[in-house]
Design a protein around this ligand. Structure first.
Ligand SMILES: [Fe+2]
Length: 244
């Protein structure tokens, strides 16, 4: 299955190094999916399916970059939906695995949505949730090491976004008003994680602390610094609670 994926993505490499960014992200997400699957005791078959969902979750990214030269869904296209289209058009899943067709499509489609519909079957929901956790963990990794840098400049978080976070709510994209709000979205990931092992990884790697510390270092806005320190406290407590 990896060979098929590499063959497919190789044909997009001519569109530049932004393609590599997503290929590398994909392989890390695939490994994280496996780690999560193991932690919850899935069978070998389940582990394999989790890896497949990770491998294919961002398959729409390559076509998105080719068409729009952008990864911004809001300005271009929803890359989860595009991924489903790509898989259907290329008859990809039959090449990868003829079983579990629907589960893989759902994992691709819903990995990036604000909410997962509760109409999904238990099996589909399981693999959607694994993929979502793995994807978020790798995004936090990238932001923490500044690969996906967010420059807050001197902005602070908008009141609604900041208060939503303190109250444990996920940030809606439509509420994002300032650059600092984009940091809030990443911190808000801690309220949308499904498995204890994901919280453990988050804590061990110190992703949230790193993201917050980097921002505190970079900003001159005292109010933002204070907001960030309070959010650091809050997120540490939340992660501790969720690990237990
Ligand atoms: Fe994605």
């Amino acid at each position: 299955m990896i060979e098929e994926f590499i063959k497919y993505t190789d044909s997009y490499k001519k569109y530049g190094e932004m393609i590599d960014l997503k290929i590398n992200h994909t392989f890390r997400v695939k490994d994280l999916c496996l780690e999560i699957a193991k932690s919850i005791g899935l069978t070998k078959e389940g582990e394999h399916l989790a890896e497949l969902c990770g491998l294919l979750h961002d398959i729409g990214r390559f076509e998105q970059w080719k068409r729009y030269k952008s990864y911004k869904d809001l300005d271009t296209i929803d890359h989860g939906n595009l991924g489903v289209e790509v898989l259907r058009n290329n008859n990809f899943i039959n090449k990868f695995s003829s079983d579990n067709y629907d589960t893989i499509l759902k994992a691709v489609k819903y990995h990036n949505k604000y909410k997962v519909p509760n109409t999904l079957s238990d099996k589909n929901k399981l693999f959607v949730n694994i993929t979502r956790d793995a994807d978020k963990l790798d995004i936090l990794y990238l932001v923490s090491k500044k690969t996906l840098g967010i420059k807050t400049e001197d902005s602070k978080m908008s009141k609604k976004v900041y208060n939503d976070l303190l109250n444990g709510k996920l940030i809606k994209k439509s509420d994002i008003k300032t650059k600092a709000d984009q940091i809030a979205v990443r911190i808000g990931f801690i309220f949308d994680i499904n498995y204890s092992v994901s919280y453990k990884i988050m804590k061990e790697k110190g992703y949230i602390d790193k993201i917050i510390d980097n921002q505190i270092e970079e900003t001159n806005n005292e109010e933002l610094k204070e907001q960030l320190l309070r959010l650091k406290e809050m997120s540490r407590k939340h992660i501790e609670v969720m690990i237990k």
